[in-house]
Structures are given as C-alpha cells and as structure tokens.
Design a protein around this ligand. Structure first.
Ligand code: IMP
Ligand code: MG
Length: 178
C-alpha cells in the first residue's frame, strides 16, 4: 500500500499530538456550554473518534452525511446531504467536525442549512485545510494542519473508499488516480 503514496505528510505521532492540542483548546473554549459535536461522515470518523476523547466536557455526539459528486479527485461543487435531522440543534453550541476543507462548498452548504435552525452558535473544526483550493469564502475556527494542494488519504480520508484505515496522512501518487 505504501507504494501508492508519494509522501507521508502527517505521521501518527504528529496527528496524535495535534489532536490533543485541539481537544484541550475546545475543552477550554466550550467550558460550561451545551456542546454538540456533529461529525461529517464519512471522512471525519477517525478524527472525531480521537478528538472526542481529547475533549473533557459533557457533550453530545451526532452525525450528518455529506457528499459531493466527484470526478476523479475534483469535486463537482454539488453537495448532497440529508435535510431531515433526527436531533434538535436549536439553542445548542454546534461544532462541526470535518476531515478536510477544500473548495469550502460542503461546509458552506451545511452551515447555511444549520444556521436556519437557530443554534446558539456554529463553528467548524477541520483536521486539514487546503486553503489554496478555496472557491467560497469560508474559514475553519479550529484547524489541525494546513494541507498542501495535493490529493491526500488516510486517517479517514479516502480515494474511492480506500485508504481510510491508513493511520497517517499521505499524498497519493498521481498515477493512482489519473
Ligand atoms: P469541499 O466541499 O470541496 O470543501 O470538499 C470537502 C470534501 O471533499 C471533504 O470532506 C472530503 O471528503 C473531500 N476531499 C477534499 N480534498 C480531499 C483530499 O485531498 N483527499 C480526500 N478527500 C478530499
Ligand atoms: Mg468529507
């Protein structure tokens, strides 16, 4: 599998340390609030599992699924997500947990949708931020790492549903997806 990767960008050790820092920051920022973590499936599942255990607060954990149609490694810009929630967000402090902010289209669609449901606050925590590829003006409130403009996989991130179980984050060799 390693032969499919160009570079290891973030090692297990590096990720572990950064997730602990994010958890401590979130714990301090949200003390005394009704924090609800919403993991955006599927890419955030491993990040959320680790981050949630680094947050020392009584919090609720929910999930939403979002997907955009992809042509190879580029998003089409059309986001699909389930608009009937099986939980209430009114009055809650929402922290959306995402694997990667790329064009920003997914997070913009989700935050605009959730904002209409009167939460107390909405913030974004993303493990990776590919700022070079932003198409809509949206910024994360918490970022694990700035990510170079390369297609990356591992630690929950996939290419065609593969590599999610890789414990570190690596860039995929272009010949794998071209
Ligand atoms: P956006 O709407 O363009 O910001 O896309 C966000 C979604 O695209 C993320 O939640 C990922 O699922 C996916 N994505 C963007 N870049 C990558 C990447 O480099 N590797 C794997 N998935 C990616
Ligand atoms: Mg995703």
């Amino acid at each position: 599998m390693r032969n499919d990767f160009e570079n290891i960008l973030f090692s297990e050790e590096t990720i572990k340390k950064r997730v602990a820092e994010l958890g401590a920051q979130i714990t301090s920022d949200y003390s005394g609030s009704s924090l609800m973590l919403i993991g955006i499936l599927k890419g955030s599942f491993i990040f959320l599992a680790d981050l949630a255990r680094a947050i020392d607060l009584d919090c609720e954990i929910r999930f939403m699924s979002a997907s955009s149609y992809w042509t190879k490694t580029v998003s089409s810009g059309t986001v699909k997500f389930e608009k009937t929630l099986d939980f209430e967000v009114a009055g809650r402090d929402i922290l959306l947990i995402e694997d990667i902010l790329d064009s920003g289209v997914t997070m913009t669609a989700l935050t605009e949708f959730l904002a209409k449901l009167s939460p107390a606050s909405i913030k974004i925590c993303t493990l990776l931020d590919k700022t070079a590829r932003r198409e809509v003006p949206i910024a994360a409130d918490y970022t694990g790492f700035d990510c170079p403009d390369e297609f990356v996989v591992g630690y929950g991130l996939d290419f065609a549903e593969r590599y999610r179980n890789v414990p570190y984050i690596a860039s995929l060799r272009p010949e794998i997806y071209s």
